[in-house]
Design a protein around this ligand. Sequence first.
Ligand SMILES: Cc1cc2nc3c(=O)[nH]c(=O)nc-3n(C[C@H](O)[C@H](O)[C@H](O)COP(=O)(O)OP(=O)(O)OC[C@H]3O[C@@H](n4cnc5c(N)ncnc54)[C@H](O)[C@@H]3O)c2cc1C
Ligand SMILES: O=C(O)[C@@H]1CCCCN1
Length: 388
Amino acid sequence: MSTEGDYDCIVIGAGVQGSFTAYQLAKKKQRTLLLEQFVLPHTRGSSHGQTRIIRKAYDQDYYTVMMEECYRLWAQLEEEASVKLVRQTGLLVMGPENSLQYQAVKNTLQKNRVPMVILPPEEFSKHIPNVNLSEGDGALVDTTAGVLFADRALRAVQGQFLKLGGIIKDGQKVSDIKPGALVTVTASGGVYRAKNLVLTAGSWTNGMLSYIGLQLPLKVLKINVCYWKEKVPGSYHVQQRFPAFLQVECPEGKHHIYGLPSNEYPGLMKVCYHTGSETHPDMRDRQSDQSDIDILKRYLTRCFPGLDPEPAVVESCMYTVTPDEDFVLDCHPLHNNIVIGAGFSGHGFKFGPLIGKLLCELSLGEVPSYDLSPFRIRRFPEHLKPSL
Ligand SMILES: Cc1cc2nc3c(=O)[nH]c(=O)nc-3n(C[C@H](O)[C@H](O)[C@H](O)COP(=O)(O)OP(=O)(O)OC[C@H]3O[C@@H](n4cnc5c(N)ncnc54)[C@H](O)[C@@H]3O)c2cc1C
Ligand SMILES: O=C(O)[C@@H]1CCCCN1
């Protein structure tokens, strides 16, 4: 096993968050090594697949505010890499008019002057054909929202990182981390040392934290990514200006249901449930619970009559969720040259460029550009392992 020369920073995990962090570090002239356990590209974590939603519609102010800069950073990457990564489609938000969540999203958008359109129930079907708005539901469209081309984005940011002189070593599973003034990382292909370490290991974070004396209440969920066939091809297509959508509450289930206009697979629309069943990240395909699919079938039968209510394609992805669904963006409480980015709770992709910037700032000891108090490790009382 070789002992490699020193780096300024090692980033563990080449998903969207690690890749953007490595790119930001390289931009700041840091000699950066990005380590990934699988051969790239891969479909075993959380950042694969062709599409994700990008939106400003959030019920918490701080996410809406952060998204302002995210859109600029995505546009910057599009320009640098000469590639289209964002397609504006709008996001239709539906939910009981009087529910706390629907009202919170509406208020946040209004307060932050985000361009939006409120669709009164009597005008709904004129604007959104082929969807039945539930009795008592309000509907609005966040017109800034759209679709992010996820796989393409990952390729673009990794490509830019390499152009800046960054080093990616894939097929290198990290099996130990020793904190210190120089952090030592043992991976399957070598031992690496660096002044700083950033841990962005997605669903494998819990295992990595055990090497550095931390524990966080992160749960790993397998998500069934379902695609549904349009009865009339094209009726929910992005070219028909059909938007992405988010149903914040409905009688079929207590979690969000969301969808993206048909785009990546001809004639199929992606509609998923915003939760899944717990799994170990290496055992994802053994988790076969389908109760989410039953919920989706019932919802689609009622509200999306233009879709065949039997999934045509089911793919898999994982969420790593915190109890409050807020991210973890912080330094290790005892070793401030180790930074952790985790718990993106199924909504982190759109923030990738900004997460990269923030984790880079934390790693360089700079004052972060945003108030990171919602994302602190200290919000979890039992974060230090008893052995330390
Ligand atoms: C079905 C689904 C839909 C989603 N929809 C949206 C959406 O619409 N909008 C949105 O903004 N977000 C969405 N998200 C969330 C978003 O995709 C995730 O928050 C994001 O991809 C998390 O990225 P990550 O880099 O933290 O994790 P990952 O992409 O999993 O990256 C972590 C990487 O670390 C590597 N790694 C782990 N352990 C080791 C080790 N020991 N050694 C070396 N490497 C290691 C892994 O192999 C992996 O590549 C969705 C997620 C899913 C699953
Ligand atoms: O981050 C998002 O925008 C979506 C919303 C619904 C659940 C999955 N993630």
